[in-house]
Design a protein around this ligand. Structure first.
Ligand code: ADP
Ligand code: ZN
Ligand code: ZN
Length: 805
């Protein structure tokens, strides 16, 4: 093969490769990482295909292979291609998901003075040129980024070019050093026998003898760090021993094992209940077949899904296969990890973003070497180089943290897992108490095999789900209670505190809710055309539809009941904390939200404190709804269930149902049982009613009917286009321009059932001083429309977005 199709590391908005010729001294296969010339630079690339023919007439040569072996498995190359084509990213960005941590390196440019400058050139310099040259002369050799910082960015580049042409400076390129490398430990060893060492000691200087004696007496291996802790000695002392040939330093590679500080007692599988057995037998049969298959395991919280995952893992292992288990980042708690790690001691690897880069690198390397049967992690763990893959489990499959929203490629781990299963003949188990509406729809249509567990298990016996009471906040107000706690919730909190039990107060808030709601009748202002909630913009004193840009002045009286108590809502966790302190002065309170939990261990710490009963009340946002067994919690209060319902996004009912159902399922997992109180101004909303009854089916029936009526997913697919610019007017203008282009393209392709929504300001319109506009494409398949379009920088495309906010 003489040509390679290479995915290059260059910001491209489209999946495309470039052809390079392969010099005779380099041998390459698909999946090799290479350095290639691109424009005036060297960039990294991944070989996606080899051929005898080039796609273009003139090709440049591959500069170098980065590694002796391909860095990606063939299946990973195929998966990367699929991801790039489906989510419209560059091939390299998709492949980068699968590269080892710390792989990406940059090419750095260094500037230095030329050795023999011509005097003529020096004498004819402008003041600016002279200034820059003198900085370079002073520094000797400087990286160009640093130089630009020193000299002021803007004009540096052209002046450097001028100096270069005059032969006054030299420019060289170098690869940035790899930041992560295996961790090495220095160990002290005798270079002679212990007996010889003892003989030598009396003839040595006292400090040398002391150190040598330590090395003789300490059990091996004695690390340098440990020796320093035992005995303080100068580096020269050690050097003297080495020089005399008595001691050597050995460098040994050590593993940064995230589970190293934990001890596991091995557990054995439980004998399954009849319901579990029924589900399990179907999974077992598929695991033995060696063909791709997707199960949707729908079971209420505590119905024994995790036990089934572990059965499936054990079965896969006994068949000589390996597995990947995805859990939401937030559920990667010690409790979850312990459960898996103690069923499969020393066979489990952990991968998630809070590990240090070094820890990630080591785990990745060991996984590739086939050291683990099971890899557990958040969404990125899907790309671990797990050999012999046969099973993928996605727990809490409805969680939107499975979607990468912040950067390209904006992939969804569920969809990628299904594709990966096709490439590897694996079985996928999607588990949830509240499946994504689209997943449930696909299972009902037979694309996935549905498995359902209807009852909770606790200590082997089925146990009822907690009672949920929905309190009507409109009535509280009518009867004179203006506090954020209804009488019912206040009384229940007081009782729990008296009994020394624990309480969780929950606020299902994401961002600041700024919708207009009548406190008397619960009415919420919505867009007449799109039926989404209108958002209040204080700057313009206007209500805005974030789908179609419809705007009106906020009303003084409620259009529904003419009450004047129509006002803006917005309560944060801090406000709840203040109110608790006022109403229950003796209670010990912990707050758990994004502000508090930014550090590495703070999740664990707050949970540990709460579990150790160092606090009575825990206040938090959606994060506390998941993955935790808390035996002392007997009461969960939802402060205002409506907040989540009124985001301008058709997903908002689904999200609210999911969160409320999770919260409701959380309470009362211990022996003491539990109670949930949900406060709402719209207690009759189907999402609230269904969640209170733990009734997924009735929620789904309503929701799927609305989706069908409005043509939203799963009855269509969406593409969410966002444009960001610092200037509000230019931002709007560009959005309108692209909207018109899309309209033309749609009409010329004659695409049926394709709706363009927008352009409108995005819900969080201004982020860090930049404006955002959005266009939504709703279509059976938005890709053909987008394929013809080249969008300038500043645009981001999200295919199948999980959020339109
Ligand atoms: P889920 O993953 O659906 O929330 P779990 O697998 O965590 O449910 O099970 C809930 C509880 O029931 C756990 O404490 C688990 O140990 C226990 N459990 C699960 N299956 C069985 C079983 N077959 N027999 C006894 N206890 C079980
Ligand atoms: Zn009203
Ligand atoms: Zn609208």
């Amino acid at each position: 093969m003489s040509y390679a199709e290479v995915a290059v590391d260059f910001p491209l908005a489209q999946p495309r490769t470039f052809s390079y010729s392969i010099p005779p001294n380099i041998s390459l296969s698909v999946g090799h990482a290479v350095w290639v010339p691109f424009g005036t630079r060297l960039v990294q690339g991944i070989v996606l295909a080899l051929s005898e023919q080039a796609q273009v007439e003139e090709t440049r040569e591959i500069a170098e292979a980065i590694d002796a072996y391909p860095i990606l498995f063939p299946r990973q190359v195929k998966l990367a291609q699929w991801i790039a084509e489906r989510y419209l990213s560059s091939y390299f960005d998709a492949a980068a998901l699968m590269l080892p941590p710390g792989f990406e390196r940059r090419v750095l440019t260094y500037i230095q003075p030329a050795p023999n400058p011509s005097e003529l050139a020096v004498s004819s310099l402008t003041a600016q040129q002279q200034k820059l040259l003198s900085i370079i002369q002073k520094k000797g050799r400087i990286e160009s980024g640093k130089l630009k910082k020193l000299a002021g960015k803007d004009e540096t580049d052209p002046i450097l070019g001028q100096l270069l042409r005059k032969g006054l400076i030299l420019r060289t390129q170098e690869l940035q050093r790899v930041k992560i490398s295996p961790r090495l430990e220095s160990r002290l060893k005798l270079a002679i026998t212990p007996d010889k060492a003892r003989e030598t000691m009396p003839h040595l200087e006292k400090k040398l003898a002391k150190l040598l004696s330590l090395i003789v007496t300490e059990p091996e291996p004695l690390t340098l760090a440990e020796a320093r802790r035992r005995l303080s000695f100068a580096p020269t002392t050690l050097q003297a021993l080495i020089k005399q040939g008595l001691v050597v330093i050995e460098k040994t590679r050590i593993q940064r094992d995230p589970l190293a500080h934990r001890i596991f007692t091995a557990t054995t599988p439980l004998s399954l209940t009849a319901a579990q057995e029924e589900a399990w037998s179907q999974i077992r049969a598929e695991l033995r077949k060696n063909t791709p298959k997707v199960f949707l395991l729908h079971g209420v919280t505590g119905s024994g899904k995790t036990e089934i995952y572990m059965r499936a893992l054990a079965e896969a292992i006994s068949l000589g296969k390996r597995a990947i288990v995805l859990v939401p980042e937030i559920a990667l708690t010690p409790q979850t990890i312990d459960r898996f790690a103690s069923r499969f001691p020393h066979r489990v690897a952990i991968l998630h973003s809070k590990l240090s880069p070094g820890e990630q690198f080591d785990e990745w390397q060991r996984i590739k070497d086939g050291e683990f049967d099971v890899v557990i992690g958040s969404r990125g763990a899907l790309f671990a180089p797990q050999p012999d893959l046969g099973l993928i489990v996605i727990d809490e499959e409805h969680e939107w943290s499975y979607k990468q929203e912040e950067q390209q490629p904006r992939y969804h781990a569920r969809d990628v897992a299904i594709r990966l299963a096709e490439l590897t003949n694996s079985v996928v188990i999607l588990g949830s108490a509240t499946p994504d509406v689209t997943s449930y729809y696909r299972a009902q249509r037979g694309e996935f095999q549905m498995l359902e567990l209807f009852e909770r298990i606790s200590s082997g016996e089925p146990s009822p789900l907690p009672k949920v009471e929905v309190v009507d906040l409109r009535r509280e107000l009518k009867e004179g209670n203006r506090s954020i706690f209804s009488r019912s919730l206040a009384k229940a909190i007081a009782l729990a505190l008296q009994a020394h039990e624990q309480v969780i107060l929950f606020l299902n808030r994401r961002g600041t809710a700024t919708f207009v709601q009548c406190r008397d009748c619960g009415f919420v202002m919505r867009c007449r055309r799109c039926d989404v909630t209108l958002t209040y913009h204080a700057a313009e004193d206007e209500l805005v539809c974030h789908q179609c840009n419809y705007r009106i002045k906020p009303p003084d009286t409620c259009p529904n009941c003419l009450s004047r108590r129509i006002k803006f809502l917005g309560i944060g966790t801090q406000k709840v904390e203040e109110e608790v302190a006022k109403t229950f002065p003796g209670a010990r309170v912990l707050r758990w939200d994004r502000d508090v939990t930014k550090g590495k261990h703070s999740h664990e710490k707050i949970m540990d404190m709460f579990m150790a009963h160092e606090a009575d009340i825990l206040i938090g946002t959606q994060m506390i709804a998941k993955g935790l067994d808390l035996p002392l919690v007997t009461l969960v209060g939802v402060i205002n269930a409506d907040i989540g319902l009124h985001f301008p996004d058709f997903h908002s009912s689904e999200r609210t149902f999911q969160i409320l159902a999770q919260v409701a399922g959380r309470a009362g997992r211990g022996k003491m049982g539990g109670k949930v109180i949900v406060q709402s101004y719209t207690p009759a909303h189907y999402a609230i009613v269904a969640a209170a009854k733990h009734d997924y089916a009735s929620f789904y029936e309503q929701e799927i009917a609305f989706r069908r009526q409005q043509g939203n997913p799963p009855f269509s697919r969406l593409a969410h286009l966002t444009y960001i610019h610092t200037n509000a007017a230019r931002c709007q203008k560009e959005a309108q321009r692209v909207y018109r282009l899309l309209e033309q393209e749609r009409d010329s392709q004659g695409l049926p059932n394709t709706t363009l929504i927008g352009p409108s300001p995005a819900f969080t319109q201004r982020v860090r001083g930049r404006y955002r506009y959005q266009i939504i494409i709703r279509s059976p398949d938005p890709l053909p429309l987008l394929a013809k379009l080249t969008l300038p920088q500043g645009w981001a495309i999200d295919i199948n977005p999980v959020s339109l906010i």
